[in-house]
Design a protein around this ligand. Structure first.
Ligand code: R5P
Length: 281
C-alpha cells in the first residue's frame, strides 16, 4: 500500500505515513494558465494506493478525480477526512441536486473502500455503499482528558457527540437551549448546568461561518471564566476565525481533517489503525 497526499491533506498524509510505515508516492500538481488542473503520480501498476484528500473545495474534488484517473489499473482506497458537499444530503426543493449522492457515486466508481471522519448526517452516509466512518469525538475527548472544563454542545441535536467526548475527557457536559424571554428576545443558556466561573469548551462537528459558536459565546461571555471552541472539521469559511476570536473566544482548536493553523488535534492515529486493519482484510 502506498499513500497519495492530495493537495488538501499533505500533513495528515505524512502523519499517517509515520504511523503506518506506508510510503508516500511522489505526485505533481499544477495549474495551467487557463485554470485547468493537472496531476501526475509516480506509480507502479501492482501497487495499491490510499488517496488522502479532504473535500474542502471544488478544486479538491477535481484534483481527487484526476488522482483517481492517474491510478487507473490500481486498487484505490479513498480517505476523505472531511467529506464536503454532505450538507446537501437531500432535495430540500423540487429539482435540487442531492450533492452528496453525486459525490458518493463518483468516489465509489473508483474506490474499493472509502474512509471519512464524522460525515455531516446519517442521511448523507446512506448515499454510500462502501463508507467506513470514524468518530473523532474520541480524540477530542482524549485531548481534554484531565482538564477542568465543561463541554457544551451548541444544540440538543449534537449532544450525543459531545457526551462521547466528555465521557472520555471525564468532564461535565451540557447543551445550549434557546429560551424565549418575550416576543422579541431569546436567551441561549446551558440546559442544566450553571457555568458561572467555569472554563467552557463549545464542541461542534463543523465550524463553517462560525455563526453557531459565536452566538453561543456571546451568551456565555459574562458568565464563564473562559470560552474555547473546538471542532472536528474547521471549515472556517471567509473570515470565520477573525469572527470567532473577536467574539470573545479565547482559543479555537480543530482536528487536521482540514489543515489550518488551528489543527492541533490529529486524526492520523485513528485513520492509521483502521487503514492497517482494512489493508489486511
Ligand atoms: C450543524 O448542523 C452543524 O453541526 C454546525 O453547527 C454548523 O455546520 C456550523 O456552521 P456555522 O459555523 O456556519 O454556524
Amino acid at each position: 500500500m502506498k499513500l497519495i497526499a492530495g493537495p488538501s491533506s499533505p500533513l495528515l498524509t505524512k502523519r499517517i505515513a509515520e504511523k503506518t510505515g506506508f510510503k508516500i508516492a511522489e505526485t505533481m500538481y499544477r495549474r495551467f494558465p487557463d485554470g485547468e488542473l493537472y496531476v501526475r503520480v509516480e506509480k507502479n501498476e501492482d501497487d495499491r494506493y490510499a488517496v488522502v484528500n479532504s473535500l474542502r473545495s471544488n478544486e479538491d474534488l477535481v484534483y481527487m478525480l484526476l488522482i483517481f484517473d492517474a491510478l487507473e489499473g490500481s486498487e484505490i482506497f479513498a480517505i476523505i477526512p472531511y467529506m464536503g458537499y454532505a450538507r446537501q444530503d437531500r432535495a430540500f426543493l423540487n429539482g435540487e441536486a442531492v450533492s452528496i449522492r453525486a459525490i458518493a457515486r463518483l468516489i465509489e466508481s473508483y474506490a474499493e473502500k472509502i474512509f471519512t471522519v464524522n460525515i455531516h448526517s446519517m442521511k448523507a452516509r446512506e448515499h454510500f455503499r462502501k463508507l467506513i466512518e470514524l468518530d473523532a469525538m474520541d480524540i477530542i475527548g482524549q485531548h481534554y482528558k484531565g482538564k477542568d472544563v465543561v463541554m457544551l454542545s451548541p444544540d440538543r441535536g449534537s449532544l450525543k457527540r459531545v457526551r462521547r467526548a466528555a465521557e472520555i475527557a471525564g468532564c461535565e457536559f451540557d447543551y445550549l437551549e434557546k429560551r424565549r424571554i418575550d416576543a422579541e428576545n431569546v436567551e441561549i443558556l446551558p440546559k442544566n448546568l450553571d457555568v458561572h466561573g467555569k472554563e467552557i469548551v463549545v464542541v461542534d462537528d463543523i465550524i463553517s461561518t462560525g455563526g453557531t459558536v459565536v452566538t453561543a459565546a456571546r451568551q456565555l461571555s459574562d458568565k464563564a471564566k473562559k470560552i474555547d471552541a473546538t471542532c472536528i472539521h474547521g471549515v472556517f469559511a471567509g473570515h470565520a476565525l477573525n469572527r470567532l476570536y473577536s467574539s470573545g473566544i479565547s482559543l479555537v482548536k480543530a482536528t487536521d481533517t482540514i489543515e489550518t493553523q488551528v489543527s492541533v488535534i490529529s486524526v492520523s492515529g485513528m485513520i492509521s489503525e483502521v487503514l492497517i486493519h482494512e489493508v489486511r482484510c
